[in-house]
Every structure is written in structure tokens, then in C-alpha cells.
Design a protein. Structure first.
Length: 146
């Protein structure tokens, strides 16, 4: 086939420049809640959160500009294992570990129910702007499997 009619793949701009993980698109409300004015000005309107736990980058944009997790005013999950998995309600990995140790799901279930209610403020409380439900479940299953 003639190459003139073959479309070249477009460059991916939603991949973290540090680790290559596909980022989670983040809206202004989230960026404004998590970043100071100077940090916010460093990123374009279209920014992403890098959810890879061992990557040093918290936010990045399509121009490879980054905000490192170490420069965040508040520690963020999953970059910091002591940070809340659910920032809206303060559930930490240690709380999930307590459920696993007690062979219970009380804390996890309560947090998931609250996270699915109008009480949750994921857009401003979560660094990715998304609900924590999947992260809570993933953490529980990982700890339970150990």
C-alpha cells in the first residue's frame, strides 16, 4: 500500500513523561484544589494525574511539564502509602489492613457507601478528581492476598 494513504499514529500526550503510564485527565476544579497558584500556572489547561505508585510525578501536561509528588502540599495516594486512599473520608491503607486483620469489611464497606453518596467530594478532595472506590477495593484485595 502506498504510504501516502496511511495515517501515521498520533503522538500520545496523555502519557506520563517520567514513567509512560497513561494519565487520568484532571479538571480545573481538582487542579485548583490541589495546586497552589504558581504550580497551577506551570501546567496547561489539559493536565493529567499519574497514578503509577512508584512514579515521582503527580501531575503533568502534554508539553512534558510536571509537578512532582514531593512538591505537593499534602501527600497523595498512591505516591505516599501513609496518605488517605479516600481523602474525602480519611480511610488509609492502615485502616484497610485493620479490616483484613479482623477478617472484616466494615471500614471498607462504610467508606465505599459514603464515597457513592452525595457526601463525597471527589472532584476537590481526590488528587485524580475521581472516586476512590476502585482504589479502596484494589488495596483491600492486595492486602487480603498477602
Amino acid at each position: 500500500m502506498n504510504k501516502a494513504f496511511v495515517r501515521e499514529p498520533e503522538e500520545k500526550r496523555d502519557r506520563c513523561p517520567s514513567c509512560g503510564t497513561t494519565g487520568i485527565a484532571v479538571f480545573d476544579v481538582t487542579l485548583n484544589a490541589w495546586l497552589g497558584p504558581e504550580q497551577r500556572q506551570q501546567l496547561s489547561e489539559a493536565a493529567c494525574f499519574c497514578s503509577h505508585e512508584t512514579c515521582d510525578v503527580a501531575y503533568f501536561d502534554g508539553f512534558d511539564r510536571v509537578i512532582p509528588a514531593a512538591e505537593m502540599a499534602t501527600p497523595v495516594w498512591p505516591k505516599d502509602r501513609e496518605a488517605p486512599v479516600c481523602p474525602c473520608f480519611g480511610l488509609k491503607c492502615s485502616d484497610i489492613q485493620a479490616d483484613v486483620d479482623e477478617d472484616s469489611v466494615a471500614r471498607v464497606r462504610q467508606t465505599i457507601q459514603r464515597a457513592q453518596s452525595d457526601e463525597a467530594r471527589c472532584g476537590t478532595m481526590s488528587p485524580s478528581g475521581q472516586s476512590c472506590v476502585a482504589a479502596v477495593q484494589k488495596c483491600y484485595m492486595r492486602l487480603r492476598g498477602q
